[in-house]
Design a protein around this ligand. Sequence first.
Ligand code: SF4
Length: 707
Amino acid sequence: MVVPPVSDLNTLYSAAPRLTAWLRRLGHAVVPIDLSLETTLRMYSRSGLERLFAALDPRAVPAEYEDVYLNRDRYVRVIDEVMPFLQGRDPATAHRIVRGDLLPEGPEFRVETQKARRERYGPWGKVDLARHLATLMLLDLTNLFRTISPHLGLFQYAAKLSQSTPGFDAIAAELARPPNAIEALMLEVAATAIPAEVDLVCFTCPFPGMLLGSLTIGKWLAARRPAARRALGGGFPSTELRELEDPRFFDFVDYLVLDDGELPLERICARLVALRAGANDAPAPLHRTLTREDGRVVRHEDPAAVKPRFRDLPAPDYAGARMDRYVHLLSSGANVFNRLLNDGPWLKLTAAHGCYWKRCTFCDVHLDYIDDFDPLAAPKLADQMDALHAQTGLSSFHFTDEAAPPPLLVNLALELLRRDRSYQYFGNIRYDPGFTPDRCRLLAASGMIAVTGGIEIASDDLLPKIQKGISVAQVIKVLQAFRDAAIMTHAYLIYGFPGETRQDTINSLEILRQLFRADLLQSAIYHRFSLTAHAPAGRRPELFGIRVTGPEFRGFSRYDLEYESVAVPAPDPAIFAAIDRALTAFINRLCLDLDVRFWFKDVAVLAPTVAPDLVEETMKRPLVAGGAAGVDPRLCWLGGVPRWSHGLLSVSCQGGELYTARAPRWLADGILRCHPSGWTGATPPRPNELSPHGWYEPLRSRGMVLV
Ligand code: SF4
């Protein structure tokens, strides 16, 4: 099971351990191999740098990077100290790095002054500052090595070449030339890692920046491991290559798998096993798989196939994965979510397959990965967390959900508290009114540290068109609930949704400004609206005032669509640049009291029409309709086990302080019943079981929540 180059370096991508577990359950021997990580480690090693410096043409080095090239001996000398430091294996190296005389400093170091950088991290942030400096050094090297391959990035390889490219010609041309020095290193790593005797090599390819690496290795496999079959699947082919027609693709892989890999790989393995055994009976047909037969692309779909339900799959299997080898970069000290992701390694888990909402009009709701909602039961999810913790010794989890449903997270939190676990986790959600203040307190107590979710456009005119199912006021209240529970928040934002006017944009930016000022958001990112083939807006563009104009499909990818605005204003790149600049400032907590028109120097905009205190006033209001915890909320105690002796109750509260009061014994028993561990047998108490006696209110602020 291969993670092809190049992807994130901070942790193992989620599909590999998930599919490994499934195939092992079926009785197959599986070796997980992260060629993305291993290629990067090989490149950024003493011998790797020597090879790459020797391979590059000095005449091709841009003037800006000349000092990086001239300092090559220094890079070679320090790299074997820097990489173990970035892997977290040698933290004391930080002291030498921050002194400033170890790392060569190229153009990336000149973006900011040394003083500003040091002030940001402060006297106690040496390890972080050193991580940041070491990251800048790797970026300088990566930029220089683009003279060897223009496709190189620190987290991707040839993403631009592969993404939404309607024809295969450009990729085929790249695969036809001899490998460059970087690809030669990739292939050497593959030769070391992929066993000589192997029946099937599966490439899990979630992003376009992993395709060229996969196909390069696929071509090498055909020559060096001719008996091995090659399968490629994952998010990228499942969204972009569903209509693939170009047979040349199958020079590099044998099977292209769409959607969830479990059943297609099961069928491919069964076929290979039958072939090897020389069985006479035909194995079950392939399913959701494309192959080449007689020079033509053939689609295999077994109408009788029943895919395993997500809830029945085994826990991801990390056996064989080296989680201590991942690299923890720090490219920007200000964006807390970049930071969080890179602080891993995170164990990737999914609470629910698909999305419980599945209505947003820009989203791939017509594909299985969104449409097929299939949640795990909370105890099973907690079992998986326990299993992964036992296997790896790690206790940090990243839920890779499209949008984890609030009731499932609530039940997971109760289960984790019942089991007395102290894990930490974060994941993607929808800012759903189901996340009440009390539920957020419960989630925080169970280890939730952060959430990410789409606000898209903070406009009550546009949110209904997006069918997000939330209003601006609801978003504010939900963010407030997370903030008050000390859970970090990050928002995904869209610019240019069909029908968005300049007034919508400036109003939305004004609300964002207020959200950051109130500390309801810690980070956010803007994307330009993209029209995709599997979204409601892509299927029925006329309903959104737009018309699809391209691209002309030429047998390879069909995903991102070109369009023109017919009945709505067209997006303006200058506006996008302005709001992106503003957002960067907000994330850095700058200019939060400035009129948002300040950011639109080159384009005319009117003043926002939303009140300057809209967020503040909404925060003061009680919960909006739909914000209740549920039909029949129950009490949950987030503090410790109560003790009662001679009429005196003492119990540690959620914040750790000790609460003592003269109280009847039934109160201690009642608090115990409210603890998640007491929920198992007895019916969890309702508020009125404590309130007539006046005990409810004093306990509320100390850790008694309604969920
Ligand atoms: S955008 Fe998010 S919430 Fe909306 S349908 Fe897609 S996954 Fe679900």
